[in-house]
Write a protein that binds this ligand. Structure first.
Ligand code: CDP
Length: 228
């Protein structure tokens, strides 16, 4: 039995990963898996329960009794479910943005998450996006991308996105949240944000969605044509 391909897309916030991963999956008829949503769902639960994000044991224990699922939603978009309720919108709030990297930095949390994500990757036929897919979760992926963009541009995009969702944040607030998240994600002990060996680097600062998709699609088709 041949399993479908695995495509890894990593990079910092606001580089365009989720938009591109979703479109790429659609073009290639693969399933899109947003690994950040899993960390976000756990963070939402920790916020709601008033937990201590800095307590690694508590966060890992919480994950053990938490069920995060991707369920097919409308228009082919996967919905994120946390313990039986849909949280796709709730996990994108500024308070989750503020704490998610603190939760995701704990090795005991990451090991459990990576195990769940590897189970998904092993089945194949997926595009996974995150911070450590090409380096840690699925280093054997058939194609790997590292999407990035200038800091100011990433802040501008995230600010626009949050404002469109009705969150009235200043550019300065988004900028400081993102700088802090970049720093924690890149500096953590286990599986920090890095470009994986062999990953194709795409700087999206001056590129539109269509241009990035075109590039990523072409590289994927080329790489996958060598995979039997
Ligand atoms: O959409 P955005 O890039 O802002 O974030 P995301 O992909 O939803 O990820 C949110 C946070 O989860 C990141 O800032 C990381 O702290 C963490 N994360 C991670 O550690 N490893 C992953 N594979 C995915 C996300």
């Amino acid at each position: 039995m041949t399993k479908g391909p695995v495509i890894a897309i990593d990079g910092p916030a606001g580089a365009g990963k989720s938009t591109i991963a979703r479109l790429l999956a659609k073009e290639l008829d693969l399933v899109y898996v947003d690994t950040g949503a899993m960390y976000r769902a756990l963070t939402l639960k920790a916020l709601e329960e008033g937990r201590d994000f800095t307590d690694e044991g508590d966060m890992a224990g919480l994950l053990e009794c938490t069920k995060v699922e991707f369920r097919p939603g409308l228009a082919g978009q996967a919905e994120i479910w946390l313990d039986g309720r849909e949280v796709s919108q709730d996990i994108r709030s500024p308070s989750v943005n503020r704490w998610v990297s603190q939760v995701a930095m704990h090795p005991a949390v990451r090991r459990q998450m990576a195990r769940l994500q590897r189970e998904i990757a092993l089945k194949g036929g997926v595009v996974l996006d995150g911070r450590d897919i090409g380096t840690y979760v699925a280093p054997e992926a058939d194609v790997k991308f590292f999407l990035t963009a200038d800091f100011a541009e990433r802040v501008r995009r995230r600010h626009k996105e949050l404002n469109e969702k009705g969150f009235d944040l200043s550019l300065e607030e988004v900028s400081s949240e993102m700088a802090q998240r970049d720093q924690i994600d890149s500096g953590r002990a286990l599986a920090p944000l890095r470009q994986a060996p062999g990953a194709v680097l795409v700087d999206t600062t001056n590129l539109g969605v269509e241009e990035v998709l075109h590039l990523v699609l072409a590289r994927s088709r080329e790489a996958l044509s060598h995979v039997v």
